[in-house]
Design a protein around this ligand. Structure first.
Ligand code: 1CP
Length: 340
């Protein structure tokens, strides 16, 4: 496959760096906001034709190098019999807290896990130009557990962290079940046309390095290992976790995505040339406008060696981001290929 993103994920030199943007299909796009006035987020995700259209929206505006399927990290949990609302983040009416809550969870077959996302991937794949990679994704087990145990996004996720110490075996049981679910889901996404997959372990940074190594890392390793069966590259994203960079880098991923707190140049020096790095402009810089964006992107490209670097933000693009800032980012990356 000749896509820039896939070549970068193999650590091959490319004529310019690939670019995509986390949460690229979201509320900063007027056409997305217009569609959201008619349909709720849950409705959008449950309709493959509409979800495929939303997946394509950023690609119709900007010459990006990847599409990421429009879904949410909570999409697979319906297969566990759990209802999720969005307000605007995930809300679970009955969070998982007891042995009965967790031991009672089913082990659904692959076909039962978010079939609407699988169909969306098939639709996008049929429409996408050959030079644009299609990305599937899931949450990491800890991040998925964060919403399932806490019930909603909450600073520090205290219910989750206390479960880790009050009943470590119960949390371990839950994480193991979520690894099984996500592994089947990611393999199915690859079969449906995803060229690569990203695991969002967004809330990694909540634990100390010692606790993360003990509680989360074995499960994350098991997930990444299980997904190798699909034969597609795996990108691992961790956030707010400068203390976990060293711990993360020996996991079996083909690319590592970090937020803006991490110096990608020094990460590059510590990983094999065949492993990619992704990121990591602070999304808030785009709020400061196209000039600030151009300056930050130019500096990033100067500092991080081109080979094996996938340009992205350090976290999801913010809803109030001006379109002109995204255009400025695209322009810097595209121009960096001039004359090569
Ligand atoms: O381009 C795309 O938008 C891709 C689809 C996508 C992805 C990859 C969505 C759609 N969400 C995600 C990942 C996601 N969702 C993560 C991991 C990445 C990250 O850290 O940003 C997390 C933690 C979530 C959970 C979530 N879902 C939040 C976070 C807030 C919280 O309370 O913790 C929010 C706001 C949502 C809803 C959601 N998911 C996606 C969109 C476009 C939206 C907003 C829905 C809307 O109001 O229109």
């Amino acid at each position: 496959m000749n896509q820039l993103l896939m070549r970068a994920l193999r650590g091959e030199p490319t004529e310019r760096r690939p670019l995509w943007i986390m949460r690229q299909a979201g509320r900063y796009l007027p056409e997305y906001r217009a569609l959201r006035r008619r349909l709720s987020f849950v409705e959008l995700c449950s309709r493959p034709a509409e979800a495929a259209e939303v997946t394509m929206m950023p690609l119709r505006r900007f010459p990006l190098d990847a599409a990421i399927v429009f879904a949410d990290i909570m999409s697979p949990v319906a297969a566990l019999g759990i209802d999720v609302d969005f307000a605007p983040g995930p809300v679970i009416e009955n969070p998982l807290r007891s042995v009965a809550d967790i031991e009672g969870l089913p082990d659904p077959p692959s076909e039962a896990i978010a079939p609407e996302v699988i169909e969306t991937l098939e639709r996008v794949k049929a429409e996408l130009s050959d030079d644009v990679a299609l990305l599937g994704f899931s949450a990491g087990p800890w991040t998925l557990a964060a919403y399932l145990v806490e019930g909603h996004g909450k600073r520090g996720f205290p219910a989750l962290r206390s479960m880790a110490f009050r009943d470590p075996e119960l949390l371990d049981n839950l994480l193991g079940r979520l690894v099984k679910l996500s592994a089947k889901y990611l393999v199915a996404q690859a079969r449906a046309g995803a060229d690569a997959v990203q695991v969002f372990e967004t809330w990694s940074g909540l634990l100390s390095a010692g606790d993360w190594n003990r509680i989360v890392k074995p499960h994350l390793r098991a997930l990444l290992d299980a997904v190798s069966e699909a034969g597609v590259p795996r990108i691992l994203f961790v956030q707010e976790a400068p203390h976990l960079v060293e711990e993360t880098l020996d996991l079996p991923a083909d690319g590592f995505s970090f937020d803006w707190r991490i110096d990608l140049k020094s990460v590059r020096e510590r990983i094999p040339a065949t492993t990619a790095i992704q990121g990591n402009i602070d999304p808030a810089i785009l709020l400061a406008g196209p000039q600030a964006t151009t300056a930050a992107a130019t500096e990033l490209l100067q500092q991080v060696p081109a080979t094996g670097h996938i340009v992205n933000l350090g976290h999801g693009i913010l809803p109030t981001t001006p379109i002109a800032s995204v255009e400025a980012l695209v322009e810097v990356v595209r121009r960096s290929g001039d004359g090569c």
